[in-house]
Design a binder for this molecule. Structure first.
Ligand code: NAD
Ligand code: ZN
Length: 256
């Protein structure tokens, strides 16, 4: 393991453009469950209940969606960034980060100190809610207060449209700018580091493939196997926070 950490630290030292790509596994050490691990969200809920089409067409599915979303938000709202988020923010401070492509919706990168203009949120954010009709954007907390007050599937106070957390559900279109930008940066980096993603959700999971095909070195840091392990130059299996902290320590020449 130590050799691998040194190898990745050297790659980071030599690189000009690093793209970091993360998934739910980066945030489990902050107490937010991922989707696919035992005890994760899909152990408790059926993904089919959460297709966008159902949200739009079926009131009971909409209420169920808000029930799950309320539970997840409960785990997210006071969560604190862990050593993994802090290491990624440190890469930005060292001038090493071209961009951070995140599938996470928990806002922890910003709490850790990454800047807005470095982070591409591919799946939106749970920290806001938006109206599906007029696009009005709300802070999440006051909408959760309405839910706590008895509303089961809140509606827009401007136009009466359906409100939904500003996240991307199955069947919902990916954000155009972020997706295009993420693909462009993936094709133009020299090191692409995946942290805490099973790499099975598309099109996000295509990005490491694009990076690799464009000549980047591919590093995967994940507890379990991923769908791209066979393409990686370095795979480090284990806890993302511990491993990223060790890598950054090495990058900085052993200093904390
Ligand atoms: P996933 O659940 O498919 O995979 C998570 C991966 O992380 C797994 O392979 C697991 O082995 C690994 N992992 C878990 N804890 C780890 C740790 N401490 N260290 C290293 N690896 C660890 O997640 P995904 O690939 O991100 O895709 C799921 C979708 O879920 C994403 O689209 C995302 O939007 C959404 N999601 C986000 C959050 C969040 O914002 N924190 C939480 C749950 C789900
Ligand atoms: Zn509206």
């Amino acid at each position: 393991m130590e050799d691998l950490i040194k190898r990745v630290a050297r790659m980071i030292g030599d690189a000009k453009k690093i793209v970091v790509f993360v998934g739910a596994g980066l945030s489990t050490e902050s107490g937010i469950p991922d989707f696919r691990s035992p005890g994760g969200v899909w152990d408790k809920y059926d993904p089919e209940d959460f297709y966008f089409q159902n949200f739009i067409s079926d009131r009971s599915k909409r209420e169920k969606y808000w029930e799950m979303a309320t539970e997840m938000y409960g785990a997210m709202k006071d969560a604190q960034p862990n050593a993994g988020h802090i290491a990624v923010a440190e890469l930005e401070r060292l001038g090493k980060l071209d961009c951070l492509i995140t599938q996470n919706i928990d806002g922890l990168h910003f709490k850790a100190g990454n800047s807005e203009n470095k982070v591409l949120e591919l799946h939106g954010t749970a920290m806001h809610v938006s109206c599906l009709d007029c696009r009005k954007r709300y802070e999440r907390a006051p909408i959760q207060d309405r839910i706590a007050g008895g509303e089961k599937a809140p509606e827009c106070d401007s136009c009466g449209g359906l409100l939904k957390p500003a996240t991307i559900s199955f069947g919902q279109t990916m954000p155009e700018r972020e997706t295009a930008e993420a693909f462009r940066r993936s094709a133009d980096c020299d090191v692409f580091i995946v942290i805490g993603s099973s790499l099975v959700v598309y099109p996000a999971a295509q990005m490491p493939v694009v990076a690799k095909q464009s000549g980047a070195k591919l590093v995967i840091i994940n507890r379990d196997e991923t769908a791209c392990d066979n393409r990686a130059d370095v795979i480090i299996k284990g806890q993302a926070g511990t491993i990223m902290a060790a890598i950054l320590k090495e990058v900085k020449g052993g200093k904390e």
